[in-house]
Structures are given as C-alpha cells and as structure tokens.
Design a protein around this ligand. Structure first.
Ligand code: GLY
Length: 607
C-alpha cells in the first residue's frame, strides 16, 4: 500500500471537520448541505456543491447581503445516476458527499479567483493534511470552443512551487466544468491529482493524470474558474463576475487519507460491510462486488427516502425503486432473507446521524418504505427470474418480453439489461421504450374514458369491480350452463353492468346461487394471475374472449386460481385487476333484466 504521510488513519468525520474549519479560518461561512432534490426542477438530483449557489454565481442574488460574505464552504450530499451500473468497482458511487469552497465574484481588490483558490487548495493539502507537494500533479485547460488556454492558472501553479513537468493540459472533456443542466454557470478548471506511485501505474510512457489504463493518479480536487454562462443556444458567454467553485469528492479523499484503494474499505462503509458479513455469513473478500453494490445502494436509498422520495415509476421515485429492486436481487444472490435491508439501514443511520440528523429523525419512515417495497418485489422476483430464464433461451430479449418483465414482474428495464448482460444477450431497449410509452398512453386514455378523470380511489374500486365481473361471468356459466356468453360489460367506480346471452329470466334461487358462488370465491382468497401471450394461444388454452372486441396479436390473460392452482376463470382482458379476490369485499346483485331478445343484463355492486 502507498503511504500518504502523517495524517494516516484520520477518521472521515475528522477530515470533514478539518476542511470546513480550514475554510472558516480563511473567512468562509459554513453553509449546511442543501437537499438531494434541487429546487431547480430542470435536474432530478443535486450532483454538485455549487447547485444551491447557482443564483449567486450568476450574479442574480447577492451573497454579501444574504450570507454577509462572498466566501462560502460546505459539505454537500450529492447523487449521480450516470454511474449506477459502474458501482461495485473501486471508485464509483451513487450517493456521495462533496466538500467545496466558493468565492462569489472577486472582492473590491480583485482578489481570490484563481490565485486565491490555488493558494488555499495547496495550503490545505500540503500544510494542513501534510501531503507532500511532490506527490501532486495538476491539469489545466488547453483551450477550445472559443475559450482560451489557461496560461494564468499554469503560471500561478508554478509560482506556488509546482514543477512545470507536473502540469499537463486537457480539453473540454476533462478540464471544462459544467453547467449542471443544459444552461448555467461553468468554466475551465484545474484538477489536482495525487500520484500513488509507479507501482500503481501502467507501464505506458504517457501515464499521468486521466490515464485511461490505470488508477495511479487519483483525482482529489477540482477547481473551477467559473467565468462563463452557457445559454439556450449552447453558447458560452462571459459571466458578469469571476467565481470560484471547487469540489472534492469526499469518499475519494477519505480513501486516500486512510490509505485505502477504495472508499468501501474506509470508515464510511466498513460498518455496513461488516453488518453484511454478519447477516449473510459470507465474507466481503469473496463477494466484493455484491457487497459494494449493496453498501452503496443502501446509503442512497436511505438518503433518498429521508428526503421524502417514494418508490414509483417516475423520476426520483423510479431511481429509488431501481436501487431498491437491484439491492433485493443482489441480496437474494447472497442468500439474504427478506428484511435484510433494515439491518443495513440502521448502520447508515448510525454513521450519519451526527452530520445529517434527518436520517435519524426519519428512520422509521425509511424502514417502512423499504419494507413495503421489499414485500412487493419479493413476491414477483422469483417468478420474474424464472420467466427471464425461459425467455433468455431465445438468445435475446424482445421488446415485449422486456415490457412483460416490467409490467408483470416489476423488473426495471435496467435490471433486465443487467441480467441479459450476465448471459451475454441483448435487450431491445428501444422497442421496450416504445411499448412502455404506448402502454402509458393507453392506460391514460382508458382511465379518462372509464372514470371520467376521477382520482385514484375510484380507479381502485373499478379495478375490484373488473375482477368481480370475471367472477360473475364464470359463475353464470357454472350455474346456467355454457351457453352464457358475454355480450357487453361496463364498469364504473361504483357498480358493474354485465350483459350476457341467456333466453330466460333468472330465478331467485339461481341469482342466490350465483351470488353465493362469487362470495365463496372471494372468501377463498383466490389468486389473480396475469400472463401475456399470443391471442391465438390464449384462445387455444381456453381463455374466454369478448367476440366483439378486436384484440392485438399479443394479449393479457387473467386467470383466477384456487390454492392448488386450478383455474376457475380465464379471460383475455386488458385489466387492471386485483391480485387476490379477497380484496373485493361482498358481492351483491342489484338487478337482473332483459335488454333484448335472448340477452340479459345484471347490475351488481361490491359492499
Ligand atoms: N463543481 C465542481 C465539481 O463538481 O467538481
């Protein structure tokens, strides 16, 4: 292992405090972290420390007025989604923290900007943390897109004792930072790297910062010289003021100072890793990737849930669901029991209750959210994995197969992709997205048409009545015989109406028998199963279909099954339906009458 120096074994908490204290001493105000969900709704998450200061950096708000100073510092909670699939290696995380210092414009003497930022950064690293200056390498912007090469930065670095051969130049990709969204403040940057030594490097003669082959040079600090603003047209215009915006990946610097190759081996993650070893009876060493994924994701899950995000199918909620479901699947690979995430949550709360009291305050709510999602997904995960095994034999995952995994088994597309990658097969992602969009449009249109735009509860009631309609259809056939055929059906949020072929008025006894049968099926708690198949196959398998309807090639088939798996009812239907008949309550026929020769109509409700 490399040796960083005397600062060895400093705790993460101490490192954070040292940083904030250093800048406080230099006249900066310590600003608490802002939320992970930025107020500026153009981006989903806070990905950098500067986000809460955007209006100040753009000159639209006055820092001196609001904070009594132009110099600010913080430790910010951040969340990045780009790297979810990379998590598991040494350096990628979804949730992370970022240390930063800001100078909102220069002072009246034209001070701070590049000169101040470089001086402070070196002073903190070299004098405060006692990192040897010779171990540092610097990158600067080489000029592009109408923004000139940063000779000033080079000059300042050299004046501060950095040797010319330790300074290298890069383009926009590496040395131009921001904006966070499509538009906003941005600028060329200078990055500080720590050289862990030759033994960590590749043998390439050009090996240096940003080396594509090895991790010898660890990026520790990004100093952004924020003097541009990108507009809607993609043009970089000069900002009215020259700002400093810096960022230190906290997990990175903690790994470095604790002399670890990866943050997962530092005190930021160790309590979670140890807990995982305890509850799984497996070792980190032998299951590194899975342990790291679970440790990363649980932090992200806890912090997102603490912000009030709920698992859902859109935006931040979808990311939370993805992380939860991915974790549940990995937990399963380790053989962990349902509820394992609660143990991990407690560890995260322990680690962060001082720095972020909100996680402690919301602990019970967070556990509730996690448990609910675990229960929900565990039910379908097993079946979904079996279904995946089956379809993967085709050598690729089609659009409809991917959609089916999503719709029926709750597999986020990314999970299907990950499973497919493990088998070295492809997923028709574009087709999935089309199917997904179409599905959304259909269900939106359907909901508007059927329920006249009424809210969720109405939808829920109508869903129950849909399932009751299937029970009624089959019970009519059982009691009156197979000549009963569906001729029409209409469901609102309060009642169902069902038209069917039958030549005579129903007797009181028949009606009673039908009602009894349906209520028995409700009490039996029969499972409602959904499958997707070719229409032709569905009919061959005995599913009932409403002949007037024009069905697409692939259809959903809903079956109602008893506890031994025997089918009571099976119909081609777009749904939606409840999962179990026990959710229905009590079925009651209100009226039975003739509406045309040989066609009867039943109105019924659930009480
Ligand atoms: N805003 C500087 C950084 O995120 O690196």
């Amino acid at each position: 292992m490399f040796k960083i120096g005397k600062t060895k074994k400093m705790s993460s908490e101490k490192i954070k405090k040292k940083f904030l204290k250093f800048f406080k001493k230099k006249g900066h105000k310590i600003i608490p972290s802002s939320s992970l969900l930025p107020r500026d709704a153009t981006v989903l998450f806070t990905t950098a420390g500067m986000q809460q200061f955007t209006l100040y950096l753009q000159g639209e708000k006055n820092s001196k007025k609001d904070f009594k100073t132009k110099h600010l510092t913080s430790c910010q909670k951040c969340f990045r989604t780009d790297d979810i699939e990379e998590v598991g290696d040494d350096t990628h995380h979804t949730f992370f923290e970022m240390l930063g210092n800001w100078s909102i414009g220069q002072d009246s003497k034209g001070k701070y900007f590049k000169k101040g930022a470089i001086k402070y950064a070196l002073e903190f690293l070299v004098d405060c943390l006692e990192i040897k200056k010779e171990k540092l390498s610097i990158t600067i912007f080489k000029g592009d897109k109408g923004v000139p090469k940063d000779d000033t930065a080079r000059e300042i670095w050299q004046k501060n004792g950095i040797l010319p051969e330790k300074i290298s130049e890069f383009g926009v990709k590496d040395n131009f930072w921001g904006p966070v969204g499509k538009t906003g403040p941005c600028g060329p940057c200078s990055e500080i790297f720590y050289d862990r030594g030759e033994e960590f490097g590749c043998k390439d003669a050009k090996c240096g910062p940003n080396c594509p082959n090895c991790n010898r040079f660890v990026e520790i600090w990004n100093l952004v010289f924020m003097e541009y603003i990108k507009d809607e047209e993609g043009l970089y215009n000069p900002l009215s003021q020259k700002n400093i915006d810096t960022g230190i990946g906290f997990e990175r610097i903690v790994s470095l100072l604790q002399e670890k190759k990866s943050a997962y081996e530092t005190d930021l993650f160790l309590p979670i890793i140890k807990e995982l070893e305890r509850i799984s009876n497996k070792t980190y060493k032998e299951n590194k990737k899975i342990f790291r994924i679970l440790a990363d994701h649980i932090r992200a899950i806890v912090f997102l849930a603490a912000e009030g995000v709920f698992p859902s199918n859109v935006e931040q909620g979808y990311i939370l669901r993805r992380l939860l479901r991915r974790s549940i699947r990995y937990g399963k690979l380790l053989g962990l029991e349902n509820g394992f995430m609660v143990f991990l949550t407690k560890k995260v709360v322990e680690i962060y209750s001082d720095s972020y009291p909100e996680v402690k305050q919301k602990e019970l709510e967070i556990i509730e959210i996690i448990k609910k999602e675990e229960d929900k997904f565990k039910k379908t995960l097993e079946k979904g994995l079996r279904q995946f095994e089956k379809i993967s034999k085709k050598g690729k995952i089609s659009d409809m197969d991917a959609f089916h995994l999503y719709d029926t088994y709750g597999f986020p597309l990314e999970l299907t992709k990950e499973l497919a990658e493990e088998k070295d097969i492809t997923v028709d992602e574009e087709g999935f997205r089309k199917a997904f969009k179409k599905h959304q449009e259909i269900s939106r249109a359907g909901a508007e048409k059927k329920f006249g735009g009424v809210g969720k509860n109405a939808t829920r009631e109508a869903t129950k009545l849909h399932t009751a309609t299937h029970l009624l259809h089959q019970s009519l056939r059982e009691v009156l015989g197979l000549r009963v055929r569906q001729m029409g059906s209409d469901v609102t949020s309060v009642r169902l109406r069902f038209d069917f072929s039958y030549p005579e008025k129903l007797t009181v006894e028949q009606k009673q028998e039908i009602e009894n049968m349906i209520n028995q099926k409700i009490r039996d708690g029969m499972k409602v199963k959904k499958e997707e198949m070719l229409y032709r196959k569905a009919i061959e398998s005995g599913a009932l279909a409403f002949f007037k309807e024009k069905y697409p090639e692939r259809v959903n088939v809903y079956s109602i099954l008893d506890s031994s798996g025997n089918v009571f009812s099976k119909e081609v239907c777009a749904g939606p339906h409840v999962n179990n008949t026990e959710e229905l309550g009590h079925f009651k026929i209100l009226k039975e009458k003739s509406i045309a020769a040989g066609i009867r109509r039943i109105r019924a409700i659930l009480e």
